[in-house]
Design a protein around this ligand. Structure first.
Ligand code: ZN
Length: 258
């Protein structure tokens, strides 16, 4: 159920909510910076003159990411009255979103967290936020890489990656056959190769591993493919993988398989 008032926290970005409504299952929030404040030119320090507004549309994460949220930010545009000044005109900025971004920072962080908790794929999270796959990936990949990027942070064999490869291509009366490789993402060495690329295939492989091996895994690097995600989630629930295992998405994902 979409409810007005469920998105808060614009104040810390210097923005105030001026209107809220529900539109086609989406919460639409109009925000702006408070008026009546003196703004000065960063180039020469002269008091700036208003040049009107430039509306910007952002996608935000609702409370716990529950609702798609569209933020309409009526950005103020300023001009330096000194014609000699280099600054000319500029648009106000805020920590809510970077310049020319579609997603708010916190929406990117929310999605990176969900991906890390194996609670969503890039494709499913992008759908929930109402953005394209590439847009979301651009927002979360720096966050995800920062979280798991330091190879010294985890022990040998603690980072395991899975990726699928076409073993034999489709022909008449034969479907494409896939194999999956399990890779030690710390060393880059292939640990094993198993048939298939579905959740059941990965789970079967995990159950066949020597005692303690899966429990030692701290990070799984996944091709953002639903089959792997489902398997990792269930293996966590079963206790085969530790409950604190984090997922890192493969930095060279296949768009079609999410
Ligand atoms: Zn100036």
């Amino acid at each position: 159920m979409v409810q007005a008032g469920s998105v808060v926290g614009f104040g810390v970005f210097g923005l105030a909510v001026v209107a809220e409504r529900v539109e086609a299952g989406e919460l639409v929030v109009e925000v702006e910076s408070p008026g009546g404040q003196a703004v000065f030119c960063a180039g020469c320090g002269v008091r700036a003159r208003s040049k009107g507004r430039r509306p910007v549309v952002l996608r935000d994460a609702g409370a716990a990411g529950s609702v798609p949220v569209r933020v309409l930010w009526d950005k103020r545009v300023w001009a330096c009255p000194d014609s000699e000044c280099e600054a000319k005109t500029w648009t106000e900025q805020s920590g809510l979103a970077g310049p020319r971004r579609v997603l708010t920072w916190r929406a990117g962080e929310w999605a990176a967290g969900r991906l890390g908790d194996v609670e969503g794929s890039v494709a499913s999270l992008a759908r929930r936020l109402g953005v394209g796959w590439q847009t979301l990936w651009a927002a979360i990949s720096p966050i995800a890489q920062q979280a798991v990027g330091d190879p010294g942070r985890v022990a040998f064999g603690a980072r395991v990656g899975f990726d699928e490869t076409v073993m034999s291509s489709a022909a008449r009366r034969r479907r494409r056959r896939f194999v999956s490789a399990a890779v030690d993402a710390g060393t880059g060495q292939i640990m094993d190769v198993f048939d298939g690329r579905d959740a059941a295939d990965l789970e079967q492989w995990a159950h066949q591993q020597p005692d303690g091996q899966m429990a030692a895994v701290e990070v799984v690097c996944l091709d953002p493919h639903e089959g792997y995600r489902k398997a990792v989630r269930r293996l966590k629930a079963e206790g085969v993988l530790g409950s604190n295992v984090r997922a890192a998405a493969d930095p060279s994902p296949h768009r079609a398989s999410g």
